[in-house]
Design a protein around this ligand. Structure first.
Ligand SMILES: O=C[C@H](O)[C@H](O)[C@H](O)COP(=O)(O)O
Length: 222
């Protein structure tokens, strides 16, 4: 079985009747949403809060009842993928551009569960370029201020035009050698005017599920 699928489907075991569930974005979280769709079709009563327009579309297709962000103050379980994760549960997210909504939803979750394949589990963050969401206004200046933190930011493009997030912002993908101190980097990035949010998720994940080649998915708990 595909290892993303193995991790994504495993997480459904944590979801119980009556829960409000944060529905993640990306090719691993996809499998979790698909599995939840199956459980809903079989009678489970949950409500989903999607982290992106694409996930909302998928959830609606699967018949998962949707709640708007404005309708919730707390989420029982947020499920999402990651681009990198370390043994101390720090993450890089936002490869799919959904980091802002993902972080907002994870921040109000009682439990935040991350699903990855083994290639994402790394010793130190920063091999994957860190996505940083910035406003369009004066983005060149913001990007240059971001670069002063020791990285090379590249404006994300899609079909040869700048990629636009669900929140109508830009993303710069920031190439670091490595990120030695994710906590201070997260704070430094967010203190730059023009930065909306960055893809460093520190002290947020409670469980990491890794789809392993041999045997069942591995579950790490913080
Ligand atoms: O913005 C996208 C999200 O942070 C994804 O969870 C992350 O990029 C991982 O995606 P995938 O499971 O497709 O590798």
């Amino acid at each position: 079985m595909d290892l993303k699928r193995k991790a994504g489907e495993k997480v459904a075991e944590y979801v119980e009747d009556g829960m409000i569930v944060g529905l993640g974005t990306g090719s691993t979280a996809y499998w979790a949403t698909m599995k939840l769709g199956e459980l809903v079709a079989n009678g489970m009563k949950i409500k989903g809060v999607p982290t992106s327009k694409s996930t909302e579309e998928l959830a609606r297709k699967l018949g998962i009842p949707i709640l708007e962000m404005s309708e919730v103050t707390q989420i029982d379980i947020a499920i999402d993928g990651a681009d990198e994760a370390t043994a101390d549960f720090s993450l890089i997210k936002g490869g799919g551009g959904a980091l802002l909504r993902e972080k907002m939803i994870a921040s109000i979750a009682k439990q935040f569960i991350v699903v990855i394949d083994p290639s994402k589990f790394v010793k130190r963050l920063g091999q994957f370029p860190l996505p940083v969401e910035i406003v369009k206004f004066g983005w060149e200046l913001t990007s240059s201020q971001v670069s002063s933190l020791g990285c090379k930011p590249v404006l994300r493009q899609e079909d040869q035009v700048p990629f636009i997030t669900d929140n109508e912002n830009y993303i710069v993908d920031c190439y670091f050698d490595s990120i030695m101190d994710p906590t201070s980097m997260r704070t430094a990035l967010n203190s730059i005017p023009g930065v909306v949010e960055n893809g460093l998720f520190v002290d947020m994940a409670d469980v990491i599920i890794i789809g392993r080649e041999n045997g069942p998915a591995e579950v790490l708990s913080d």
